[in-house]
Design a protein around this ligand. Structure first.
Ligand SMILES: [Zn+2]
Ligand SMILES: [Zn+2]
Length: 299
């Protein structure tokens, strides 16, 4: 019995890497690492599931870490949008605990379903990777699609019953911080998460052209966007100074502070076109409109 165990002793990841390298000289290092991972795991669902979950955790907490350090050590204080509301370490830890809990209970099972779903819609998981240009234009399309989905579902979440039943949790922090990006009800995580996961899948269902790596890079960028929008800091070098239609923390912080307006995630155009962009003047205008409506009703 033992002899069979020894003769089929498990191969290491690196022996797979060497094997892949030997027969695929045309692949680059990343493609070889990728291919060796799938060969080593011998189970595509598990390979994609583990990779996705680990990536999500590393990016989420990795990207939040600089913001935690900045808050804790009082760095860049003059750029804090709501300077009187600095999250304490305890608050951030409480938030991280709840986010982690929802990652393991709500997101993990969904991530597990990801590979079968991706395969069903014809998403490529093999090497070689798509060209940089293909990834870039597809990701740009996903940003526009997700932002639209986010705007309308987030606006709907501010309707009384949905707000009280679901979205209120996310608004617990009136001065947000990076870790609070995914602090939300599981229902909200699912609905808004559909924008992030569903948009590329809809794209793939129509065009049949999507690689899972493009999807990963998109998700990483989207996580960066969400965490930075919640960071609570507005710098002279923030992206929206160079791309005026980019939303950023400047746009979303005020949504947490005032609870009205600024519903979109990445861009400013939907709020601008549909008159939900927060400014002191627009609030005045909205109030007058509301009063007019109420007066008409009373008559
Ligand atoms: Zn909201
Ligand atoms: Zn938020």
């Amino acid at each position: 019995m033992n002899s069979t165990v020894f003769s089929t002793s498990p191969e290491t990841y690196w022996s797979h890497y060497e094997e892949v390298s030997k027969y695929n000289v045309h692949l680059n290092v990343f493609e070889k690492l990728w291919e060796a991972w799938y060969a080593y795991m011998q189970n595509d669902v598990l390979a994609t599931g583990i990779m996705s979950f680990v990536m999500h955790e590393l990016v989420y907490f990795g990207r939040s870490l600089p913001w935690i350090i900045i808050d804790t050590f009082g760095l860049f204080r003059k750029y804090k949008i709501q300077p009187n509301k600095i999250p304490t370490l305890k608050e951030q830890w409480e938030c991280a605990r709840l986010v982690l809990l929802s990652h393991f209970t709500v997101e993990l099972p969904q991530i597990w379903l990801f590979h079968p779903m991706a395969q069903y819609f014809g998403m490529a998981t093999s090497v070689p990777f798509p060209s940089l240009w293909t990834m870039a234009y597809q990701i740009a399309i996903f940003f526009v699609m997700e932002d639209t989905w986010h705007y309308f579902s987030h606006r709907a979440f501010h309707w009384g019953p949905l707000y009280r039943g679901i979205h209120k949790i996310h608004h617990q922090y009136s001065a947000p911080f990076g870790l609070a990006a995914e602090y939300a009800s599981p229902i909200e995580v699912m609905v808004l998460g559909f924008g992030t996961i569903g948009c590329p899948i809809v794209w793939c269902a129509f065009t049949g052209d999507l690689h899972i790596l493009t999807m990963y890079i998109w998700i990483v960028l989207r996580l960066f966007q969400a965490i930075d929008a919640h960071s609570g800091y507005e710098f002279p070098w923030s992206l929206h100074h160079f791309l005026p239609f980019w939303a950023g923390a400047d746009h979303h912080d005020v949504h947490h502070e005032k609870f009205v307006g600024n519903f979109a995630s990445s861009f400013r155009w939907w709020d601008f076109v549909l008159d939900t962009e927060y400014t002191p003047e627009s609030v005045k205008r909205w109030r007058e409109k509301k009063a007019e409506k109420a007066a008409k009703k009373a008559n």
